[in-house]
Structure formats: structure tokens, C-alpha cells
Design a protein around this ligand. Structure first.
Ligand code: NAD
Length: 462
């Protein structure tokens, strides 16, 4: 679905899905499990097609596609399948004095028909992972993949119907007109992944129908690096977190490092050595680095680099090839505060290093900006770690590593403030797409006369 898709067709589709939902099709454990098994099978059977689509869209290496997209989706399916029965069980809770005797439980009801709008940078994972949560919670769902990753988008349209019940799960391809048509409809929840400008458009459209939203947005993710670290290990983990994930086009990739003036030279040297070890002397030729997704993003990034305010700050990289849409891993040292790159989310292979006299200034810098999606700290100092965890506001964080917080299904993944609202992954996905319904149940005993009028003075004295 996609061509000629307008509000009327969107309304028709939502009505069909709602009918399936209301008929109870999505409710049983068996239906949910069958869809999840279908998705896991899809990853196995279509591995080559998915990897090829990711290569077409981003020149992602096979290994990166496997590690950061296919295996993550497969693990998410298997984890959800393993836990689903338990998650679906009503949760018994204690009774209270005001309702004694009674029993009480919390039921996880599906919400109904939900919409998932996803982004281009991890086009497979960011589309299917929320769909797993929506299905697990018993919803009908529409997936709108990103048009900026067209090969993956059309692959979804082709293969998802082979593995999923199309009376309850649909794919709509398209860009702004199709998404606008979708957003005019009444949904029971929308999970949107992308930038905050469009996040506001989604939230405004949702408000019209009082539809709750999960907004998975981005921001500038800081890395505070203390001098008390294992520098070799720290450098590897920073480099792989920044460039190994889609060549920096990742929402939780480090955006800027903060370190002390005295430690910066060692850190920069170590990062440069690590970069060369990982990607060779000519990183523009490295098959392990994704390309920039398209020419718009290429010129957005080169504009950040060519800003005259940052001239002379490049300490590594800077090479580019417009034809192949490649930009080498680039490190910029101490760019001016008022440069564009210091204000905007980079979302590409450029990494800033900001030097400070004392690490405390780093804390001040982080808190002076909007709350990021992720924040990282490298240190062996437990006191510093404690302070970072306690005082830095962020969607999530990792200490002495990057990115890995995303891979633990027991941790919620989501932003706060400008980096988003709501969360998913593992049980959080199930909860995000469920309504927690309170159910109190009583017999006919346990009457208390004070509860009922007339409220006589005698009753008031009891
Ligand atoms: P994108 O261009 O793929 O847009 C995301 C979705 O929004 C697409 O499906 C697109 O069709 C839709 N869209 C675009 N304009 C629209 C409009 N005017 N009305 C309705 N829908 C519209 O992705 P992007 O925004 O370039 O993604 C990059 C941003 O997303 C970065 O800020 C990044 O940090 C963030 N991001 C966040 C996460 C996360 O999980 N929190 C993951 C990836 C990316």
C-alpha cells in the first residue's frame, strides 16, 4: 500500500483493522505467538533480502546489519515469546481497607489499532521492534516505514504479508502525504521514531483524537571522559559506539566528548589510533563504515563541517566523497560554542571534543542543554560515577561503554524532554501498547452502614 494512498483509504484501512480487533482476532496468546514466530521466521528466511536492502539504503556491512538489526529483532521476538504468557497474566494486587473484603487485579488490555512510524537509520529494527510490542500486547497495527530507506520500506511491503495476519497488520509506504493521511485517523496509540520537529506534528495530530503517543526522538548525546580510565578500552568503546553504529547516524551515538584540557591530547591520540586500526588509513574505502543515507543528509553534514566558525578545529578525518556519499570519521577539537555543530544534533560521523578545566564544568555543560537520549561516562572513579548517575538527566546512560544500554531488554528505551516521551523494549514494549485496567471484585457481604446516607451524627462518630 502506498501509491494513491489518501485519507479516505487510510480511514477504510483503519476501519477494517478495527473490525478485526473488535472481533477479538488479536486477543489470544496463540494469535500473538503465531505472529511473533512468523517474524522470527522472516528474519531467518529473508536474511539475505533484508541484508541486501540495508546495504542498498545505507551500505551497511553484513556484520553490522546482522549485529544491530537482524539479531536484535530475532532476540526481541524470542524474548517476547518466552515471556509473553507471564506478561499477559492479570497481576493480583493487595486489597485495601476501604474495599474489604474484595480482590483486586490489574489486567493488561490491548489498546486497539495502533500506528508505528519509523525512521531510516535502523530501518529494519526500528520498524519491527515496536511492531513486536504492539502485537505482543494484542493490537492491530499499521507500520509506516521511512521513505528515506526505500529499499527496506518496499521489502516490508513485499514480505510482511507473507508472515503476518494481514487482517490485523498492514504496511503503508510513503512520505509526508501518506503519513499525513494516516495521522488524520483516530489511533489508539502512535509510536513515532524520528526528529523532534516531526514529533511535534505527530503529537499535534494525535491530540485531536486524544491519542497517546510515544515519541522516540534524538538529541546531542554527551560522553564525559575522566583521565582515570583504561584509555585503550575506552577508545575502542567510544569509536565503535560513534562510528560502528551506522557511521554516526544513530540516535544514541556519542555527539560530543567532554574531557579535561590536560587529558585531551592523550584521548585524541588514542581515538585516532583506534580509528585507524578499525577502518584503515583510508576510511572512505572501508566496507565497515556505512555511507551517509542521501545527498540531503550529506550536505547537511558538510555544511556543519564547512561552517567557517569551525575551521581549523579538525584534528582527524574531514575527507568526503560526494559521489559515494561517504564522510570519513572526523574529530573536531574545541569548536566555538556558537557554531552550528555545537547546537544541532550531528547524526553523522563527526565527533566533537570539548575541553574543560575541571570535569564539573562538563556536568554544567550537559545540564545546560536539553536532556539527551543517552549520556555516557568513562571513569574508574566510583564517586564520579555515582554523581553522574544521580545528577545527569537523560533517556538512558551507560558507564564505561556506549550503546549497550539499548541492547538489554530489561531496560526501558526512550527519551525524556526534547529526546522524547514513553519507552519500549522487552516488557516495556508490552506495557506501552497495553492499558492497565483496574479490576476490583467483591461478593455481597461486608456491608458498612457508614458508607450510605443518610449521614447521621451517630454514623459520623463511628
Ligand atoms: P525520517 O526522515 O525517516 O522521519 C521519520 C518518520 O517521520 C518517517 O517515517 C517520515 O515519513 C515521517 N515524516 C517526516 N516528515 C513528516 C511530516 N512532515 N509529517 C508526518 N510524518 C513525517 O527520520 P529523521 O527524522 O531524519 O530521523 C532522525 C532523527 O530521529 C534524529 O533526531 C534521531 O536522533 C532520531 N532517532 C531517534 C531514535 C530513537 O529511537 N529515539 C531512533 C532513530 C532516530
Amino acid at each position: 500500500m502506498g501509491e494513491g494512498f489518501d485519507a479516505a483509504r487510510a480511514a477504510e484501512m483503519v476501519a477494517e483493522l478495527r473490525e478485526s480487533f473488535m472481533a477479538g482476532k488479536t486477543r489470544s496468546f496463540e494469535w500473538r505467538a503465531a505472529q511473533l514466530k512468523g517474524l522470527a521466521r522472516m528474519v531467518d528466511e529473508k536474511e539475505a533480502d533484508i541484508t541486501a536492502a540495508l546495504h542498498d539504503d545505507l551500505a551497511k556491512s553484513q556484520m553490522e546489519s546482522f549485529l544491530s538489526e537482524l539479531s536484535m529483532v530475532k532476540m526481541s521476538c524470542l524474548f517476547t515469546l518466552k515471556e509473553l504468557k507471564r506478561w499477559m497474566k492479570p497481576e493480583k494486587v493487595p486489597t485495601s481497607a476501604t474495599s474489604f473484603p474484595s480482590s483486586a487485579k490489574i489486567m493488561s488490555d490491548p489498546l486497539g489499532v495502533v500506528l508505528v512510524i519509523s525512521a531510516w537509520n535502523y530501518p529494519f529494527l526500528l520498524s519491527i521492534d515496536p511492531v513486536i510490542g504492539a502485537i505482543a500486547a494484542g493490537n492491530a497495527v499499521v507500520l509506516k516505514p521511512s521513505e528515506v530507506a526505500p529499499a527496506t520500506s518496499s521489502l516490508f511491503a513485499r514480505i510482511l504479508p507473507e508472515y503476518l495476519d494481514t487482517s490485523c497488520v498492514r504496511v503503508v509506504e510513503g512520505s509526508i502525504p501518506e503519513t499525513t493521511a494516516l495521522l488524520e485517523q483516530k489511533w489508539d496509540k502512535i509510536l513515532y521514531t524520528g526528529n523532534a520537529r516531526v514529533g511535534r506534528i505527530v503529537m499535534t495530530a494525535a491530540a485531536k483524537h486524544l491519542t497517546p503517543v510515544v515519541l522516540e526522538l534524538g538529541g546531542k548525546c554527551p560522553v564525559l571522559v575522566d583521565s582515570n580510565v583504561d584509555l585503550k578500552v575506552a577508545s575502542k568503546r567510544i569509536v565503535v559506539g560513534k562510528w560502528g553504529g551506522n557511521n554516526g547516524q544513530a540516535c544514541i551515538a556519542p555527539d560530543y566528548i567532554i574531557t579535561t584540557k590536560s587529558f585531551a591530547p592523550q584521548l585524541v591520540d588514542s581515538l585516532i589510533i583506534t580509528l585507524e586500526k578499525f577502518y584503515g588509513k583510508n576510511p572512505l574505502e572501508s566496507a565497515d563504515l556505512s555511507r551517509i543515507v542521501n545527498s540531503n543528509h550529506f550536505s547537511r553534514l558538510t555544511k556543519l563541517l564547512d561552517d567557517e566558525k569551525v575551521s581549523g578545529t579538525i584534528v582527524c578525518g574531514g575527507q568526503r566523497n560526494e559521489k559515494s556519499l561517504r564522510i570519513a570519521p572526523t574529530i573536531l577539537l574545541d569548536v566555538p560554542d556558537d557554531s552550528l555543530i555545537m547546537k544541532e544534533e550531528i547524526f553523522g560521523p563527526l565527533l566533537l571534543i570539548v575541553t574543560v578545566n575541571e570535569l564539573q564544568e562538563g556536568f554544567d555543560l550537559i545540564t545546560s542543554k536539553s536532556k539527551p537520549l543517552a549520556a555516557y561516562l568513562f571513569t574508574k572513579d566510583k564517586k564520579l560515577e555515582h554523581k553522574f548517575v544521580k545528577t545527569v538527566f537523560a533517556g538512558g546512560m551507560a558507564i564505561n561503554d556506549t550503546i549497550l544500554q539499548f541492547t538489554n531488554p530489561h531496560l526501558p528505551f526512550g527519551g525524556v524532554g526534547e529526546s522524547g516521551m514513553g519507552a519500549y523494549h522487552g516488557k516495556f514494549s508490552f506495557d506501552t501498547f497495553s492499558h492497565k485496567k483496574s479490576v476490583l471484585s467483591r461478593g455481597f457481604g461486608g456491608e458498612v452502614s457508614m458508607r450510605y446516607p443518610p449521614y447521621t451524627t451517630k454514623k459520623q462518630r463511628i
